[in-house]
Write a protein that binds this ligand. Structure first.
Ligand SMILES: Nc1ncnc2c1ncn2[C@@H]1O[C@H](COP(=O)(O)OP(=O)(O)OP(=O)(O)O)[C@@H](O)[C@H]1O
Ligand SMILES: [Mg+2]
Length: 229
Protein backbone atom coordinates (compact mmCIF):
# COMPACT_ATOMS: atom_id res chain seq x y z
CA UNK A 1 0.00 0.00 0.00
CA UNK A 2 1.28 3.41 -0.90
CA UNK A 3 1.28 6.30 1.54
CA UNK A 4 0.51 8.84 -1.18
CA UNK A 5 -2.42 10.93 0.04
CA UNK A 6 -2.71 13.26 -2.95
CA UNK A 7 -1.71 12.39 -6.47
CA UNK A 8 -2.18 14.59 -9.49
CA UNK A 9 -1.29 13.35 -12.91
CA UNK A 10 -1.29 15.71 -15.90
CA UNK A 11 -4.08 17.59 -14.12
CA UNK A 12 -5.48 20.42 -16.19
CA UNK A 13 -7.92 23.22 -15.60
CA UNK A 14 -9.30 25.42 -18.36
CA UNK A 15 -12.20 27.77 -17.92
CA UNK A 16 -14.37 29.38 -20.57
CA UNK A 17 -14.63 33.07 -19.93
CA UNK A 18 -16.02 35.90 -22.05
CA UNK A 19 -12.49 36.44 -23.38
CA UNK A 20 -12.38 32.82 -24.59
CA UNK A 21 -10.85 29.72 -23.11
CA UNK A 22 -8.21 30.27 -20.41
CA UNK A 23 -5.77 27.52 -19.57
CA UNK A 24 -5.15 27.96 -15.88
CA UNK A 25 -3.40 24.71 -14.98
CA UNK A 26 -1.42 23.16 -17.82
CA UNK A 27 -0.62 19.62 -16.72
CA UNK A 28 0.29 19.24 -13.07
CA UNK A 29 2.13 16.13 -11.87
CA UNK A 30 2.43 16.11 -8.11
CA UNK A 31 2.40 13.48 -5.37
CA UNK A 32 2.03 14.35 -1.71
CA UNK A 33 2.78 11.67 0.89
CA UNK A 34 0.66 11.24 4.00
CA UNK A 35 2.04 13.42 6.76
CA UNK A 36 3.98 15.73 4.45
CA UNK A 37 4.00 19.51 4.80
CA UNK A 38 4.12 21.24 1.44
CA UNK A 39 4.50 24.94 0.74
CA UNK A 40 3.07 26.03 -2.60
CA UNK A 41 4.83 29.16 -3.79
CA UNK A 42 5.02 31.18 -6.98
CA UNK A 43 4.12 34.52 -8.54
CA UNK A 44 0.63 35.98 -8.45
CA UNK A 45 -1.50 34.36 -11.13
CA UNK A 46 0.69 31.25 -11.42
CA UNK A 47 -2.21 28.99 -10.39
CA UNK A 48 -1.61 28.28 -6.69
CA UNK A 49 -5.19 28.89 -5.55
CA UNK A 50 -6.53 27.03 -8.58
CA UNK A 51 -4.38 24.02 -7.74
CA UNK A 52 -5.67 24.08 -4.17
CA UNK A 53 -9.25 24.11 -5.49
CA UNK A 54 -8.47 21.07 -7.64
CA UNK A 55 -6.91 19.22 -4.70
CA UNK A 56 -9.90 20.07 -2.52
CA UNK A 57 -12.40 18.92 -5.13
CA UNK A 58 -13.89 22.40 -5.44
CA UNK A 59 -12.96 22.68 -9.08
CA UNK A 60 -13.11 19.67 -11.34
CA UNK A 61 -10.04 19.01 -13.46
CA UNK A 62 -10.76 19.40 -17.18
CA UNK A 63 -8.04 16.85 -17.94
CA UNK A 64 -5.81 14.34 -16.20
CA UNK A 65 -6.54 12.90 -12.78
CA UNK A 66 -6.69 14.09 -9.19
CA UNK A 67 -6.56 11.33 -6.58
CA UNK A 68 -7.08 12.03 -2.89
CA UNK A 69 -6.88 9.20 -0.33
CA UNK A 70 -7.14 6.76 -3.20
CA UNK A 71 -10.35 8.29 -4.62
CA UNK A 72 -10.45 9.81 -8.08
CA UNK A 73 -12.03 13.20 -7.40
CA UNK A 74 -12.78 13.76 -11.09
CA UNK A 75 -15.09 10.72 -11.02
CA UNK A 76 -17.15 11.64 -7.93
CA UNK A 77 -20.59 13.24 -8.20
CA UNK A 78 -21.34 16.53 -6.42
CA UNK A 79 -22.89 14.86 -3.36
CA UNK A 80 -20.09 12.33 -3.00
CA UNK A 81 -17.55 15.09 -3.40
CA UNK A 82 -19.22 17.19 -0.70
CA UNK A 83 -19.25 14.20 1.66
CA UNK A 84 -15.62 13.43 0.86
CA UNK A 85 -14.60 17.01 1.62
CA UNK A 86 -16.57 17.02 4.85
CA UNK A 87 -14.96 13.80 6.04
CA UNK A 88 -11.38 14.34 4.98
CA UNK A 89 -10.52 17.89 3.95
CA UNK A 90 -10.12 21.19 5.70
CA UNK A 91 -9.95 24.16 3.38
CA UNK A 92 -9.02 27.75 4.16
CA UNK A 93 -9.70 30.06 1.25
CA UNK A 94 -7.75 33.15 0.32
CA UNK A 95 -10.94 35.19 0.85
CA UNK A 96 -12.13 33.12 3.86
CA UNK A 97 -15.70 32.37 2.59
CA UNK A 98 -17.30 32.73 5.99
CA UNK A 99 -21.09 32.64 6.04
CA UNK A 100 -22.09 36.27 6.67
CA UNK A 101 -25.38 35.49 8.45
CA UNK A 102 -23.68 33.25 11.02
CA UNK A 103 -21.61 34.27 14.03
CA UNK A 104 -17.99 33.18 14.31
CA UNK A 105 -19.09 30.36 16.64
CA UNK A 106 -21.80 29.17 14.25
CA UNK A 107 -19.39 29.27 11.31
CA UNK A 108 -16.99 26.96 13.14
CA UNK A 109 -19.68 24.70 14.63
CA UNK A 110 -21.62 24.09 11.40
CA UNK A 111 -19.23 21.61 9.76
CA UNK A 112 -18.95 19.76 13.08
CA UNK A 113 -22.75 19.53 13.28
CA UNK A 114 -22.88 18.33 9.67
CA UNK A 115 -20.35 15.66 10.62
CA UNK A 116 -22.74 14.57 13.39
CA UNK A 117 -20.67 15.70 16.38
CA UNK A 118 -22.95 16.09 19.42
CA UNK A 119 -20.51 18.50 21.10
CA UNK A 120 -20.16 20.73 18.01
CA UNK A 121 -20.59 24.02 19.86
CA UNK A 122 -18.26 23.13 22.73
CA UNK A 123 -15.59 22.09 20.25
CA UNK A 124 -16.12 25.21 18.15
CA UNK A 125 -15.68 27.36 21.26
CA UNK A 126 -12.43 25.58 22.05
CA UNK A 127 -11.13 26.07 18.49
CA UNK A 128 -11.89 29.77 18.65
CA UNK A 129 -10.14 29.99 21.99
CA UNK A 130 -7.04 28.37 20.48
CA UNK A 131 -7.09 31.03 17.76
CA UNK A 132 -7.27 33.76 20.39
CA UNK A 133 -10.86 34.60 19.49
CA UNK A 134 -12.77 33.51 22.60
CA UNK A 135 -14.22 37.00 22.99
CA UNK A 136 -15.29 37.23 19.34
CA UNK A 137 -17.46 34.10 19.19
CA UNK A 138 -20.73 36.04 18.97
CA UNK A 139 -19.48 38.44 16.28
CA UNK A 140 -20.60 38.23 12.67
CA UNK A 141 -17.90 38.21 9.97
CA UNK A 142 -18.62 41.84 9.06
CA UNK A 143 -17.81 42.78 12.67
CA UNK A 144 -14.39 41.13 12.52
CA UNK A 145 -11.09 42.38 11.13
CA UNK A 146 -9.53 40.62 8.15
CA UNK A 147 -7.06 38.77 10.36
CA UNK A 148 -9.84 37.72 12.74
CA UNK A 149 -11.96 36.41 9.86
CA UNK A 150 -8.94 34.48 8.68
CA UNK A 151 -8.51 32.85 12.07
CA UNK A 152 -12.22 31.94 12.17
CA UNK A 153 -11.79 30.33 8.74
CA UNK A 154 -8.79 28.40 10.02
CA UNK A 155 -10.68 27.31 13.16
CA UNK A 156 -13.53 26.10 10.95
CA UNK A 157 -11.20 24.10 8.70
CA UNK A 158 -9.20 22.60 11.59
CA UNK A 159 -12.09 21.74 13.92
CA UNK A 160 -13.12 18.45 12.28
CA UNK A 161 -9.45 17.24 12.39
CA UNK A 162 -9.15 16.71 8.63
CA UNK A 163 -6.70 14.26 7.04
CA UNK A 164 -5.66 16.99 4.63
CA UNK A 165 -5.57 20.69 5.40
CA UNK A 166 -5.37 23.00 2.39
CA UNK A 167 -4.79 26.63 3.28
CA UNK A 168 -4.40 29.64 1.01
CA UNK A 169 -2.13 32.27 2.60
CA UNK A 170 -3.03 31.25 6.17
CA UNK A 171 -0.77 33.94 7.65
CA UNK A 172 -1.29 36.51 4.90
CA UNK A 173 -3.17 39.20 6.82
CA UNK A 174 -1.71 38.65 10.24
CA UNK A 175 0.82 40.54 12.31
CA UNK A 176 4.00 38.70 13.16
CA UNK A 177 2.96 37.39 16.58
CA UNK A 178 -0.45 36.19 15.42
CA UNK A 179 1.16 34.70 12.32
CA UNK A 180 3.51 32.69 14.50
CA UNK A 181 0.65 31.47 16.66
CA UNK A 182 -1.18 30.33 13.54
CA UNK A 183 1.93 28.58 12.24
CA UNK A 184 2.29 26.73 15.53
CA UNK A 185 -1.35 25.69 15.34
CA UNK A 186 -0.93 24.46 11.77
CA UNK A 187 2.11 22.41 12.66
CA UNK A 188 0.29 21.18 15.79
CA UNK A 189 -2.36 19.75 13.44
CA UNK A 190 0.43 18.19 11.44
CA UNK A 191 1.80 16.53 14.57
CA UNK A 192 -1.62 15.03 15.13
CA UNK A 193 -1.48 13.47 11.67
CA UNK A 194 -2.75 16.04 9.18
CA UNK A 195 -1.07 16.48 5.82
CA UNK A 196 -0.61 20.19 5.08
CA UNK A 197 -0.57 21.97 1.73
CA UNK A 198 -0.09 25.68 2.29
CA UNK A 199 -0.01 28.44 -0.29
CA UNK A 200 2.24 31.14 1.05
CA UNK A 201 4.41 34.10 0.22
CA UNK A 202 5.85 34.05 3.74
CA UNK A 203 9.39 32.75 3.66
CA UNK A 204 9.29 31.72 7.32
CA UNK A 205 6.23 29.53 6.77
CA UNK A 206 7.65 28.00 3.58
CA UNK A 207 10.88 27.21 5.42
CA UNK A 208 9.03 25.30 8.11
CA UNK A 209 7.50 23.02 5.48
CA UNK A 210 9.19 19.79 4.50
CA UNK A 211 8.93 20.60 0.81
CA UNK A 212 8.53 23.69 -1.33
CA UNK A 213 6.66 23.30 -4.62
CA UNK A 214 7.13 26.22 -6.96
CA UNK A 215 4.57 27.17 -9.60
CA UNK A 216 4.88 29.27 -12.72
CA UNK A 217 2.38 29.83 -15.52
CA UNK A 218 0.08 27.00 -14.50
CA UNK A 219 2.85 24.46 -14.14
CA UNK A 220 4.99 23.07 -11.33
CA UNK A 221 8.63 23.98 -11.71
CA UNK A 222 11.06 21.07 -11.45
CA UNK A 223 12.19 20.65 -7.87
CA UNK A 224 15.77 21.65 -7.16
CA UNK A 225 17.04 18.17 -6.39
CA UNK A 226 15.62 16.93 -9.67
CA UNK A 227 16.64 20.01 -11.63
CA UNK A 228 20.26 19.39 -10.60
CA UNK A 229 20.25 15.90 -12.13
N1 LIG B 1 -12.80 31.89 -12.92
C1 LIG B 1 -11.74 32.25 -13.67
N2 LIG B 1 -11.90 32.55 -14.98
C2 LIG B 1 -10.85 32.87 -15.75
N3 LIG B 1 -9.59 32.96 -15.29
C3 LIG B 1 -9.38 32.67 -14.00
C4 LIG B 1 -10.43 32.31 -13.12
N4 LIG B 1 -9.92 32.08 -11.90
C5 LIG B 1 -8.58 32.31 -12.01
N5 LIG B 1 -8.26 32.66 -13.27
C6 LIG B 1 -6.92 32.96 -13.78
O1 LIG B 1 -6.10 31.85 -13.52
C7 LIG B 1 -4.78 32.24 -13.18
C8 LIG B 1 -4.37 31.60 -11.89
O2 LIG B 1 -5.15 32.14 -10.83
P1 LIG B 1 -4.90 31.74 -9.32
O3 LIG B 1 -5.92 32.43 -8.52
O4 LIG B 1 -4.84 30.26 -9.20
O5 LIG B 1 -3.44 32.34 -9.06
P2 LIG B 1 -2.58 32.44 -7.72
O6 LIG B 1 -1.27 31.80 -7.99
O7 LIG B 1 -3.37 31.90 -6.58
O8 LIG B 1 -2.37 34.00 -7.56
P3 LIG B 1 -2.31 34.94 -6.22
O9 LIG B 1 -0.94 34.74 -5.62
O10 LIG B 1 -2.49 36.31 -6.76
O11 LIG B 1 -3.42 34.51 -5.32
C9 LIG B 1 -4.79 33.77 -13.15
O12 LIG B 1 -4.24 34.23 -14.35
C10 LIG B 1 -6.27 34.10 -13.06
O13 LIG B 1 -6.54 35.33 -13.69
MG1 LIG C 1 -4.23 32.82 -4.97
Amino acid sequence: MTDTILSLSDARLSLDGNAGRVEILRGIDLDVARGETVALVGPSGSGKSSLLMLMGGLERATGGSVMALGRDLTALGEDELARFRRNHMGIVFQSFHLIPTMTALENVATPLELAGKPDAFERAEEELRLMGLADRAAHYPAQLSGGEQQRVALARAAAPRPDILLADEPTGNLDETTGETIMDLLFGLHERGATLVLVTHARELAERCGRVVRMRDGRVEPELARAAE
